[in-house]
Design a protein around this ligand. Structure first.
Ligand code: NI
Length: 199
């Protein structure tokens, strides 16, 4: 099988507020070279930004596809692509929720607590149009929900209270200087830290 995780080009990451990020995307209909080039570029861009998932809208493309490279609850890294995803969550009565900090490469540097089910099943198609199912636990459960949200035009800030959203936006505005407009094509600026104070 073709390896689409290499050979891509790093693209600028689209930010929240750009219209493509807030509208429902088109389902994937053609599993062709153009799609494969997009997927390669998305893997390259996700790696450059050190993310665990990336939706097509985050590189400005109105198409329902995301890539991920993300640990599950056993800390095994799972990697793949889902076209036209649908997420299924356990019934409310069977659900366990995890309240952890969540961030987004399209609103870089900000984090806020979002409660999400600890198990998510994502169905859709692979890069060649074959039906697939990805069962996510741990961080991968959160990632599958976050990326599918993106393709439905929802960002995690939409899931926050007004107060939490305001704080998140304030945090991100304060860190804006670190992220060039074409980040991660241009690297982010490192924070000036007093000597000896780096982790
Ligand atoms: Ni995101």
């Amino acid at each position: 099988m073709t390896d689409l995780t290499t050979g891509g080009k790093v693209l600028p990451i689209t930010r929240w507020g750009t219209p493509v990020m807030h509208e429902k995307t088109r389902p994937v209909e053609r599993f062709d070279e153009e799609l494969h080039t997009l997927i390669r570029d998305m893997f390259a861009t996700m790696a450059a930004a050190e993310g665990v998932g990336l939706a097509a809208t985050q590189v400005g493309v109105d198409l329902a596809v995301f890539v991920y490279e993300c640990p599950d609850k056993d800390m095994t890294i799972q990697r793949g692509v889902v076209c036209s995803p649908t997420v299924t969550l356990p019934d409310v009565k069977d659900r366990e929720l995890d309240s952890s900090d969540e961030g987004c490469l399209s609103h870089p540097g900000g984090y806020a607590t979002v409660s999400r089910p600890t198990l998510a099943t994502c169905t859709g198609q692979d890069e060649n149009g074959a039906e697939i199912e990805v069962v996510g636990t741990g961080l991968l459960a959160r990632c599958l929900q976050h990326e599918t949200d993106h393709l439905n035009g929802t960002v995690f800030g939409d899931r926050l209270s007004t107060r939490a959203r305001r704080q998140l936006d304030k945090d991100v505005a304060g860190l804006d200087w670190r992220y060039p407009d074409d980040w991660p094509v241009s690297p982010k600026h490192e924070a000036a830290t007093p000597s000896g104070d780096e982790e």
